[in-house]
Design a protein around this ligand. Structure first.
Ligand code: TYD
Length: 210
């Protein structure tokens, strides 16, 4: 039986990575075979691409950025996600192709057709079965990532973007949700970690019952 492909999306600071870890623990406890992963960086090659891109001081051409995320995704789909799905696993991925639509499309300004083509090339058309969107006002997301920075956690290239950039990114996510409401569940990420977790677990439990 094919597994389930579930992705986690949201602007930076939305808390999706913490939620992914908590949900993976719950599902494993219940006996599900779970693979957790993330983009960029879910494979050894992806981790090198992520480092090369997110941590360089040099200017990166927007097209190079778009294609680096696509290269990371192609490797990830081929060697990690597809095999895990074929083995019947539940794959939980911290970000996937919607991030490219939001960040490179709306954020950087690539047109919809180019974005669609690049996503199709990288994924071969593999789409998530379910996407959890952790929604947060941009001002709060920025406060959270700035706090991370003040605590000495590495700030990446994207974390340096301003609130107009993140407004476009969040808006783009909301537009994708509008177009594909059946694939998405929106969770209010302003709530406490425990409350968000309870909500997300309820959604996943309901989804996996089917
Ligand atoms: P990272 O620190 O790896 O993860 P996160 O912030 O998701 O916990 O940073 C990844 C950054 O890359 C994040 O700001 C989102 C961005 N990104 C894109 O711009 N396009 C993409 O296709 C993906 C997957 C991520």
């Amino acid at each position: 039986m094919r597994g389930k492909f579930i992705t986690f999306e949201g602007i930076d600071g939305s808390g999706k990575s913490t939620q992914l870890r908590l949900l993976a623990d719950d599902l494993r406890f219940r006996g599900f075979n779970v693979l957790t992963t993330h983009q960029p960086g879910g494979t050894p090659l992806g981790r090198r691409l992520r480092e090369a891109f997110l941590e360089t001081e040099e200017n990166v051409a927007p097209m190079a950025e778009l294609l680096l995320f696509a290269a990371d995704r192609a490797q990830h789909v081929e060697f990690l996600i597809k095999p895990a799905l074929a083995e019947g696993k539940i794959v939980l991925s911290d970000r996937y192709a919607d991030a490219t639509t939001a960040y490179q499309g709306a954020g950087r300004g690539f047109d919809a057709k180019t974005i669609k083509q690049v996503i199709q090339l990288a994924t071969g058309g593999l789409k998530p079965d379910l996407t959890l969107f952790f929604d947060l006002p941009v001002s709060i997301g920025l406060q959270r990532t700035n706090k991370r920075d003040a605590m000495g956690e590495l700030k990446n290239r994207m974390d340096k973007e301003n609130s107009e950039f993140y407004d476009r990114v969040r808006q783009a996510y909301l537009e994708i949700i509008d177009k594909e409401p059946r694939r998405f569940r929106v969770i209010d990420a302003m709530l406490s970690v425990e409350e968000v977790h309870a909500k997300a677990l309820e959604i996943l439990t309901e989804y996996l019952k089917k």
